[in-house]
Design a protein around this ligand. Structure first.
Ligand SMILES: Nc1ccn([C@@H]2O[C@H](COP(=O)(O)OP(=O)(O)OP(=O)(O)O)[C@@H](O)[C@H]2O)c(=O)n1
Ligand SMILES: C[C@](O)(CO)[C@H](O)COP(=O)(O)O
Length: 386
C-alpha cells in the first residue's frame, strides 16, 4: 500500500480557456491534459496512490484515460463546484496508509516528474507542507476598482505558486476539516490552520494552462525541436625538433626556424586540432583516420589534415562551432604571427580558431627545447537538417 498519494484535480470547467470540453479533457499534441499529468505522475520515483477528481459526467471517461496512462488502478471520484471542494472529494478517497499527499492541477499538464519527486523529497525533509514557486518577473501593482494605482508591490517577497503542493496528510486533513473559507490553493488552508508551509523551487514547465494563449504556448513547447547539445572534443600532439627539417606550425611556414620531426610536416598545432575535431564527432583520431605511415601523407601539410577532417565532420552532420588551441614550447616566438595563424586555420575550417602559446618555464622536454606540444579543444554544433 502506498505511502504517498497524488490527488489530480481535473473537475474544472475551463471557463477561461473557452474550450467545448472541460479543460482537463482538452487534447494537447495527441494527449489530454489529464493524460499528460498522469504520465508525469507515472514517472515518479516513489510509486504513489492516484486519485483523479473529474467532472461527474466524465468520471467513466477519466477512469478509462487514467487506467491507460498510469498503468495501475486509479481511483476516480466526481469533483465539486470549486477547486477546494474537488480536493476535499479526493482526500475522502485516500487509503489509510497514505502519509504524504500531493495535490496537483491537471491544468499544469507539462509539469515534469522531477518536480513531483522534488516536493516529495522536500516534504519528507522539512516535515511540513511544501509548495513549488517561481520568482515574479513582472512589476506588480495594487490597483483600485477603476484602475488607479494604489501601490507597487515589492516583488522580491512574492512567489508565483504552482502545483504539485505536498503536505503531511495529517496537516492537510486537519486544514480541510477546519476550513471556513474557499481558497484558491491548498497551502492557504494549511497555513490558516496553523501548519507551516514552505515555498521550494518550481519549474517553468509547471505553468497552468488557463487561457487559449497558455494552450498555444504548451503546444509550441511540445512542437519545438529539441535542440541537440553541442559536442566538445580534445586533441593533443607532440613533435620533437629536427634541425634538418623546415618548420611548419599552425599552418604557417617559419623560415630559419628549427623544424619538427614526423611522417608529415610535424605541425603539432594542426594535428591537435584534427584530433579535437575527430573526437568531438566521435570519428576516432588522426592515427586511425589518416594512418601513421600512409605514403599519401608523407610530408603532408597541416592544411591537408584539417580540410579533410572538416569534410568528415560535416559529412557526419556537424558544423564546426569554434576551435581553441595552445602551443607549448620555447620556439618559435609565436605572438608576432598569432593573427596570421588564426586567419589561416579559421579559413581552412570555416570557423573561428584561436591560438595561444606558452612555455613550461624550462621544465620538461619542451622546456629543454627538445620539441613542442599542442593542446586543442573543438566545439561542434548539429547541422540544421536540410
Ligand atoms: N471545481 C473545480 C475547479 C477546478 N478544478 C481543477 O483545479 C485546477 C486549477 O483550476 P483552474 O485552472 O482554474 O481550472 P478551471 O476551474 O477549469 O478553469 P476556469 O477557472 O477558467 O474555469 C484545474 O486542474 C481544474 O481542473 C477542479 O478540479 N474542480
Ligand atoms: C492551485 C494553483 O494552481 C496554485 O497557483 C492556483 O491557485 C489555482 O487557481 P485556479 O484559479 O483554480 O486556476
Amino acid at each position: 500500500m502506498a505511502r504517498v498519494a497524488v490527488v489530480v484535480v481535473a473537475a474544472g470547467n475551463g471557463t477561461r480557456l473557452g474550450a467545448e470540453l472541460p479543460k482537463a479533457f482538452v487534447t494537447l499534441a495527441g494527449s489530454t491534459l489529464l493524460e499528460r499529468s498522469l504520465h508525469a505522475v507515472a514517472g515518479m520515483r516513489e510509486r504513489p496512490e492516484v486519485i483523479v477528481v473529474a467532472p461527474a459526467e466524465l468520471v467513466a471517461e477519466a477512469r478509462s484515460l487514467a487506467d491507460a496512462s498510469f498503468g495501475a488502478a486509479v481511483t476516480v471520484v466526481p469533483g465539486g463546484a470549486t477547486r477546494q471542494r474537488s480536493v476535499a472529494a479526493g482526500l475522502a478517497a485516500l487509503s489509510a496508509t497514505v502519509e504524504v499527499v500531493l495535490v496537483h492541477d491537471a491544468a499544469r499538464a507539462l509539469t515534469p516528474s522531477s518536480l513531483f519527486d522534488a516536493v516529495v523529497r522536500d516534504v519528507d525533509h522539512h516535515g511540513h507542507g511544501v509548495i513549488p514557486g517561481l520568482p515574479v518577473s513582472d512589476t506588480i501593482k495594487r490597483v483600485g476598482s477603476d484602475g488607479e494605482i494604489h501601490e507597487t508591490v515589492d516583488r522580491s517577497v512574492l512567489s508565483a505558486v504552482q502545483t504539485p503542493q505536498a503536505f503531511p496528510r495529517a496537516d492537510l486533513d486537519a486544514a480541510y476539516a477546519a476550513a471556513t473559507s474557499d481558497e484558491t490553493d491548498d497551502a492557504a488552508l494549511v497555513a490558516a490552520a496553523g501548519h507551516p508551509v514552505s515555498v521550494v523551487p518550481g519549474d517553468a514547465l509547471a505553468f497552468k494552462i488557463t487561457t487559449p494563449w497558455d494552450l498555444r504556448r504548451a503546444q509550441e513547447l511540445l512542437d519545438a525541436p529539441s535542440t541537440p547539445l553541442p559536442r566538445i572534443g580534445l586533441g593533443t600532439d607532440t613533435h620533437g625538433f629536427d634541425p634538418s627539417a623546415e618548420l611548419w606550425l599552425a599552418g604557417l611556414h617559419w623560415p630559419g626556424e628549427v623544424g619538427l620531426a614526423g611522417h608529415s610536416d610535424g605541425d603539432a598545432v594542426a594535428h591537435a586540432i584534427t584530433d579535437a575535431l575527430l573526437s568531438a564527432a566521435a570519428l576516432g583520431d588522426i592515427g586511425g583516420v589518416f594512418g601513421t605511415s600512409d605514403p599519401q601523407f608523407d610530408g603532408a601539410r597541416g592544411e591537408v589534415f584539417l580540410s579533410e577532417t572538416r569534410r568528415l565532420v560535416e559529412s557526419a552532420g556537424f558544423r564546426i562551432g569554434n576551435v581553441s588551441v595552445q602551443l607549448i614550447g620555447n620556439s618559435p616566438r609565436f605572438s608576432p604571427r598569432r593573427a596570421e595563424a588564426e586567419a589561416v586555420l579559421s579559413g581552412v575550417l570555416g570557423a573561428p580558431v584561436t591560438v595561444s602559446a606558452t612555455t613550461t618555464d624550462g621544465l620538461g622536454f619542451t622546456g629543454r627545447g627538445e620539441g613542442v606540444t599542442a593542446i586543442a579543444t573543438a566545439l561542434l554544433l548539429q547541422s540544421p537538417r536540410g
